[in-house]
Write a protein that binds this ligand. Structure first.
Ligand code: PGA
Length: 243
């Protein structure tokens, strides 16, 4: 894992956007894996700025999101579909039909998971995957557990994730307890991964990730050690160091 240190969240966002720009410059028809949550918002703002200035073009890009809450339809304000539309897609020149997010309200969630893996595969796989990390070490919604899924699956959210994500809902009781998530195997198939870690609340998990030298299903992000093209961009608040 290659570490890039950013002085703060703004710099982390600029670095991440430039890394994405570099990939787009090399391959305009990029298959881009996207994440939600608080961390990538600044990166998306930078991408919107670069797109507005004509420095990057999304007209040939296809996107694939990591996860979606089960039971929420795309118009629900707390769904990841709504998040993506409002924080990125509607501000850039991407074609809506080229954006892919699992449907949280699919009648058959298992079938939705199978079809999502098949879709990604049929489109040539993900070239670049953007990832965040949970305070509990999850990547996408692959929560610490005895068993981790290889492909996209329906997962139970842990109390700590429900608590962390309750800030996006009117009350904690409204946070879905299950979600569709790309599996660890789906994530590791991406040709390149950018892992973004920002803020003091991630200091503990970042330290664990930097120290661990074995795979642990209790720290799902440890599986990224199997991948030989991961760039970790972390800010000083997360690293716990002075500049
Ligand atoms: P956050 O979430 O960016 O909101 O901290 C990251 C995650 O849970 O993967």
């Amino acid at each position: 894992m290659k570490l890039i240190k950013a002085s703060d969240y703004d710099e982390l966002s600029k670095i991440a956007a430039l890394l994405i720009k570099e990939e787009l410059d090399n391959k305009p028809a990029l298959n881009l894996g996207l994440a939600t949550g608080g961390t990538p918002i600044g990166t998306y703002e930078e991408l919107i700025r670069l797109n507005g200035e004509g420095q990057i073009d999304f007209s040939l890009v296809k996107t694939f999101n990591l996860d979606e809450y089960a039971g929420l339809d795309a118009k629900h304000p707390s769904s990841y579909s709504y998040y993506m539309d409002n924080l990125l897609f509607k501000h850039i020149n991407i074609k809506k039909e080229n954006t892919h997010i699992p449907s949280g309200d699919a009648a058959d969630l298992q079938e939705e998971c199978r079809a999502y893996d098949e879709l990604i595969e049929s489109m040539g796989g993900i070239d670049l995957q953007i990832l965040g990390i949970g305070t509990n070490g999850h990547i996408a919604f692959n929560e610490p557990a005895d068993r981790l899924s290889i492909g996209t699956s329906v997962v139970d959210l842990t109390p700590s994730t429900i608590m962390d994500n309750s800030r996006y809902f009117d009350s904690i009781d409204l946070v879905p307890t299950t979600a569709i998530s790309m599996g660890i195997g789906s994530i590791l198939k991406a040709k390149k991964i950018i892992l973004l870690i920002s803020g003091q609340s991630k200091r503990n998990v970042l330290k664990k990730l930097m120290e661990i030298d074995y795979l642990s299903s209790q720290l799902p992000a440890s599986f990224l050690l199997l991948h030989d093209n991961v760039i970790l961009v972390a800010d000083m608040e997360a690293l716990g160091e002075a500049i």
